[in-house]
Write a protein that binds this ligand. Structure first.
Ligand code: MTE
Length: 319
């Protein structure tokens, strides 16, 4: 069982000490009255709105796992983000090309209040939590990430989805000037993903704005990316600019490219192998190629919370 209750988690256990110490320094600066102006909002805005800037007032979450987070350096240098290159090291190398301010997200489709919301408003309006989740990739590697973000449901509710909204579709920025990978048709750009409405509204589903207490680096999907801890990593669409409520199942990039390898549901499932490799176990990034593989748990260990979403579905068919 992966989940800890909030009072089981001492704050000091959640982020490395260095991050914690910096957070406390910032808090002290604010309280020492560098002025009333140095509140949470000020820490988030202005020139600080860059990757690596601290996010203020991050609360621990009861949904965190008790696993030790992977080192920050590894989380930010071994990435899948084909818009910034197809090698694992490319996204970090090309990260500076993606400018994430200003940034707006359009929310539309089957809802009563379609609109546009800017990233600064998102950071200000939705209380930010730290949630330590494992990211399990279909290539059978995994890392444990101290994400910062908030439940996707909170944002979706603001736009008042109607009863027609059966799915939620997501789209990454399309801008070949800033995203060099989009100058070649490696994928059918823009990258798209989708969730069923009940998956999207589930309290474990989050929009991440940061990791290790700081704004997301571009290579990890700044300024806003999806994290669904019981699904394979490719559902975690990065650098989102559009969210659409739909009546029909929306297109998802990898599913449309290779439907026999990447199902729309993409639930972590050791019983359903990828056509080219087993999904029974995985390797933790940072432990080396010869480290013992770990058994992969169904729904990545979140079965108690999410199995009911798929009651009656044949998960070998809807993989
Ligand atoms: N989102 C976009 N826009 N483009 C991508 O290539 N790759 C996906 C997902 N989101 C991808 C994406 C895959 S395959 C994985 S495993 C995760 O991002 C990796 O997230 P990370 O780089 O933060 O580890």
């Amino acid at each position: 069982m992966l989940i800890k209750r909030p009072n089981d988690i001492p704050a000091s256990e959640i982020t490395p000490q260095s991050v914690y110490l910096r957070r406390r320094e910032l808090l002290r600066a604010a309280m020492a009255g560098v002025g009333a102006a140095v509140g949470g909002a000020a820490l988030l805005s202005a020139p600080a709105a860059r990757a690596g800037a601290p996010i203020a007032d991050v609360r621990p979450s009861r949904f965190s796992t008790d696993e030790t987070p992977t080192e920050r350096e590894l989380i930010t240098s071994y990435n899948n983000f084909y818009e910034l290159g197809t090698d694992k090291g490319d996204p970090k190398r090309n990260a500076a090309q993606l400018q994430t301010r200003p940034w707006q997200v359009v929310v539309e489709g089957a809802c009563e209040a379609p609109g546009v919301i800017g990233i600064e408003d998102i950071l200000r309006d939705f209380p930010q939590e730290e949630r330590i989740y494992r990211l399990r990739c279909v290539e059978a590697w995994a890392m444990v990430v101290p994400w910062v973000g908030f439940p996707l449901a909170a944002l979706l509710k603001r736009f008042k989805p109607t009863s027609q909204a059966k799915y939620v579709a997501f789209e990454t920025l399309y801008d070949p000037k800033m995203l060099p990978g989009q100058r070649r048709r490696v994928l059918d750009w823009p990258y798209r993903e989708g969730l069923r409405m009940d998956e999207a509204m589930h309290p474990l589903t989050m929009l991440a704005t940061g990791l290790y207490g700081e704004l997301l680096p571009s290579q990890n999907g700044a300024p806003l990316r999806l994290v669904v801890p019981w699904k394979y990593g490719f559902k975690s669409i990065k650098s989102i600019v559009r969210i659409t409520f739909t009546e029909d199942e929306p297109p998802a990039t990898w599913n449309r490219m290779q439907p026999n390898e990447y199902g729309f549901y993409a639930n972590v499932n050791p019983d359903v192998d990828h056509p080219r490799w087993s999904q029974k176990s995985h390797r933790m990034i940072g432990e080396g190629l010869f480290a013992r593989k770990r058994p992969t748990l169904k729904f990545n260990g979140y079965g108690e919370q999410v199995a009911a979403l798929y009651a009656g579905m044949d998960l070998a068919k809807f993989y």
